[in-house]
Design a protein. Structure first.
Length: 116
């Protein structure tokens, strides 16, 4: 299993240094989800609400990762990687249209895949 460790600074978009922010463990799952026309791997995070969506082979978006977290009734979405824009843009569009409830369902899917 791939264990992803992300800093909360990435999620919050905070200018504070990563050393000042707690680490966010994202290793619940993995679950598979079709996003933007391609299969992506979804991991739930230890905060109980955030998810990481990873492009794996043969997804043309690979290598690419999205980080989604609910903040104040909305979702913050960050993406990072070098994958094909023709694959990352449709995924971004779909993920950015998600509601907080949609994100919670995606988290539950990853958590269920982990047997929790």
């Amino acid at each position: 299993m791939i264990a992803l460790v992300l800093t909360a600074a990435l999620l919050a978009g905070s200018p504070a240094s990563a050393a000042e922010q707690p680490e966010l463990q994202c290793n619940l799952g993995p679950a598979s989800e079709r996003v933007g026309g391609n299969d992506w791997i979804v991991y739930g995070c230890a905060d109980g609400k955030s998810v990481v969506v990873v492009a794996g082979a043969p997804n043309p978006a690979a290598p690419f990762v999205f980080i989604l977290t609910p903040v104040g009734g909305q979702i913050e979405l960050h993406g990072e990687g070098n994958g094909a824009k023709s694959a990352t843009k449709p995924a971004y569009d779909q993920l950015s249209a998600m509601s907080v409830e949609d994100l919670a369902a995606l988290y539950r899917k990853a958590s269920s895949a982990a047997g929790r």
